[in-house]
Design a protein around this ligand. Structure first.
Ligand SMILES: [Zn+2]
Length: 249
């Protein structure tokens, strides 16, 4: 008992204070990465993923990816990272997706996964916004479809320097694709902003849905972003934040 108690105290002192790297017993967070529905350059993307500290991951690809959201399978993961872009989702997968969030499994939505599920309105409420492929309505007025523009040098401002996802990050520049004319809900907590006219005002935020923490990062189109150390730091901190919150579920 004494040994266990001492171990617990040590664990608390190391990990409870956020000194994860100094804690020899740190548990790696197990992440389910879902891809499919949008091409990307695999080798540099997975090279970046392999370097994220404290994270191990399995890859599931559509159309079979939803099998991994089923109860019993999803329970083995601390977080789900979406880098997919399907336009629709089967009814039973919707139920598994929402049930996973009700259980508190954390979710990170990366870049083109912001543009998924045109025909599933609830996805907006989950991730805190939407890229509209079709005209849409805001306050009773019709809005044009959202837009994208590649290879922009974006000046990104950190809106919350104390949040675990953006801790240690200063304002930075990144060459990336921007999504413009998008919908972002007022219920999001802003993390990263840009004044680039071709972009929506936010490129990173957190959102809560059911019992889950959600982070949406619209950055991350290609290796110009993946090889930016600030981008990979924000991504790893996002995954760890939602995963650690849900790992005790
Ligand atoms: Zn893209």
């Amino acid at each position: 008992m004494k040994t266990l108690f001492s171990l617990s105290i040590t664990f608390f002192l190391c990990c409870g204070m956020g000194l994860l790297s100094s804690c020899g017993q740190q548990k790696e967070m197990n992440v389910l990465l879902i891809v499919g529905g949008h091409d990307f350059e695999e080798e540099p993307f997975y090279a970046m993923m392999d370097k994220l500290p404290g994270i191990t991951y399995d890859v599931a690809e559509h159309p079979d990816a939803y099998q991994n959201l089923k109860p019993g399978k999803i329970d083995g993961y601390d977080a789900v990272l979406l880098y997919d872009m399907p336009s629709d989702i089967p009814e039973d997968a919707k139920k598994d997706f929402v049930a996973m969030l009700e259980k508190g499994t954390g979710l990170v939505v990366l870049h083109h996964a912001f543009c998924s599920y045109d025909f599933w309105p609830e996805y907006t409420n989950i991730i805190g916004g939407r890229y509209h492929h079709f005209p849409w309505e805001k306050n009773g007025e019709e809005q044009p479809p959202s837009t994208y523009k590649h290879d922009l040098a974006l000046d990104v401002k950190v809106m919350d320097t104390r949040h675990p996802v953006t801790k240690g990050i200063s304002d930075f520049q990144i060459v990336d694709e921007a999504y413009g004319g998008t919908e972002i809900l007022e219920s999001v907590h802003p993390l990263l902003a840009t004044d680039e006219p071709a972009s929506g005002p936010l490129v990173g935020w957190t959102h809560n849905y059911a019992n889950a923490k959600v982070v949406t990062l619209t950055l991350g189109h290609d290796k110009q972003a993946w090889e930016n150390p600030v981008f990979s730091q924000v991504l790893s901190q996002a995954v760890l934040w939602v995963a650690i919150s849900s790992s005790g579920k």
